[in-house]
Design a protein around this ligand. Structure first.
Ligand code: THU
Length: 131
């Protein structure tokens, strides 16, 4: 699928901007919005390690701060041969904006797995709970 290929390429390109002096683990993400726009992100680490932000949340915060709310797909590309799986914080962050969004996780040589946010975070705590 061409659209997926270009999202993977966008995420891979973003991963080259990763600021990772501590882990050296470069991650890139791309999010396709219902507007048709694509936002990318990379992980950004901090000397105070807990201040690190993952590539997925960088891409999503860029999109959300531009007014986007509806996401068609999230792609994450990591440096391992097997696909890189989003951390728990990113799963929760994505769950806020839709449990049915597909997340495509890609390895260094292109191997990929796609799962929905619901599959990645079963029984999620969502905005519904606060209604
Ligand atoms: N990381 C991401 O950016 N996304 C993931 O899906 C997994 C982990 C980052 C956080 C940190 O900079 C580095 O990878 C090692 O944990």
């Amino acid at each position: 699928m061409m659209e997926l290929d270009s999202l993977v390429e966008a995420a891979r390109r973003a991963s080259r901007n990763a600021y990772v002096p501590y882990s050296r683990f470069q991650v890139g993400a791309a999010v396709l919005c219902s507007s048709g726009k694509v936002y990318t992100g990379c992980n950004i680490e901090n000397a105070s390690y807990g201040g690190t932000i993952c590539a997925e949340r960088v891409a999503l915060t860029k999109a959300i701060s531009e007014g986007e709310r509806q996401f068609e797909r999230v792609v994450v590309v990591g440096p391992n041969s097997s696909p890189t799986s989003p951390c728990g914080i990113c799963r929760q962050f994505m769950a806020e904006f839709g449990l049915d969004v597909p997340v495509t996780m890609v390895g260094e040589s292109g191997e990929s797995i796609t799962m929905t946010v619901r599959e990645l975070l079963p029984d999620a705590f969502t905005p519904e709970a606060l209604k």
